[in-house]
Design a binder for this molecule. Structure first.
Ligand code: BMA
Length: 333
């Protein structure tokens, strides 16, 4: 029911005219009649993941444009503003994992930002993909934020994934939450949406993926779900340079349906993963077997485009019919 684009990946480092090692975990939207992608671009010579700043290992955001949502033309330079903000404030380390939602003709950008004092989730608004205004940044550790494409009962609504370290039974048992805001700056009315233990194929954290799309049956939205098996060494470049960090975490794409009026209520989820690594570009890369959806667009003809980062290395596309996706929701809650 979910078809991978035959020419996957839709974007990778070889297509980028500035320094680029990995292109993945992109947000995608349709804005003023065109498709726009903001992607995560890792640069530097040593793929050691966490040694940000060493050997020029850095993360920058890139922007790409498309007329059809399939063929992408990356801009000639990275998005300068996030880089400038990071270079001007030593507290900030990097912006990454952008997600895009168009609300009332403005494009909202959710992003993760690593800081010297924890991981924060930010929301900014842009009209031109050159400038943006940061509206809010969470306290640590809370990220994977995505905004619903319209106000509900007059309020902005976001899904998010805080990371409670002391209060959950096992390590990395992180869940999906929802908060509301009158202005996208002040957030509250927070509620738990889905616990990691409710996802049959996850044994570790889950988190929001692409921003939700509206259907007649509810808000349809993806999430990522992690399965950790310390006995299993998944392929990854990291292992060759940093043996201690052998990669064990499989990331799958999941699917859930939320109530239209009260999106903190889960109507159901798909009991099987929406996307699980099977192709070489998903199994092999910086971190193998990682599928990380960041964009989902519902076209007028009922086709859904799902954009996902694969193996933390390339950006891919899969398509499905919205009715088929709704039929996949078989685990009612
Ligand atoms: C998560 C995030 C994602 C990444 C994933 C797999 O914790 O950092 O950006 O894709 O791990 O490495």
């Amino acid at each position: 029911m979910v078809a991978r684009f035959v020419q996957n990946p839709v974007l990778d480092a070889t297509k980028i005219s500035y320094e680029s090692r990995q292109v993945f975990n992109a947000g995608v939207c349709k804005f003023k009649g065109k498709y726009i992608m903001v992607f995560r671009n890792e640069v530097g010579i040593t793929p050691t993941g966490w040694s940000h700043g060493e050997n020029n290992v850095r993360t920058v955001l890139g922007v790409a444009d498309s007329d059809d949502g399939i063929h992408w033309v990356p801009r000639q330079t990275p998005w300068e503003l996030p880089d400038r903000i990071v270079s001007s404030d030593p507290e900030f380390i990097r912006f990454y994992d952008p997600r895009l939602t168009v609300i009332e003709d403005r494009c909202y950008l959710c992003f993760a930002i690593d800081t010297r004092h924890g991981l924060r989730g930010g929301i900014a608004v842009t009209d031109d993909f050159v400038n943006f205004e940061i509206l809010s940044m969470s306290v640590p550790d809370d990220r994977n934020m995505v905004l619903f494409p319209e106000r509900i009962d007059g309020k902005f609504v976001r899904l998010e994934r805080p990371m409670p370290v002391y209060s959950r039974s096992t390590a990395e048992a992180f869940d999906i939450w929802l908060s509301k805001s009158p202005d996208c700056r002040y957030w509250g009315e927070s509620k738990l949406v889905l616990g990691a233990e409710q996802v049959p194929y996850a044994n570790s954290k889950i988190g929001p993926a692409a921003p939700p799309v509206k259907t007649s049956e509810g808000w349809l939205t993806t999430f990522h779900a992690t399965y950790k098996d310390m006995e299993r060494n998944l392929k990854g470049w990291e292992t060759s340079v940093w043996p201690a960090s052998v990669w064990h975490k499989e990331y799958m794409g999941g699917l859930m349906l939320l109530d239209l009026k009260d999106p903190s209520k889960v109507i159901g989820i798909a009991s099987q993963p929406l996307l699980k690594a099977t192709e070489s570009y998903e199994l092999d890369g910086f971190r193998g077997s990682v599928i990380f959806p960041g964009g989902m667009l519902l076209e007028d003809n009922g086709e859904v485009k799902i954009y996902y980062g694969a193996a933390d290395t390339v950006e891919c596309l899969a398509t499905a019919k919205v009715d088929d996706l709704l039929r996949m929701i078989d685990l009612r809650m």
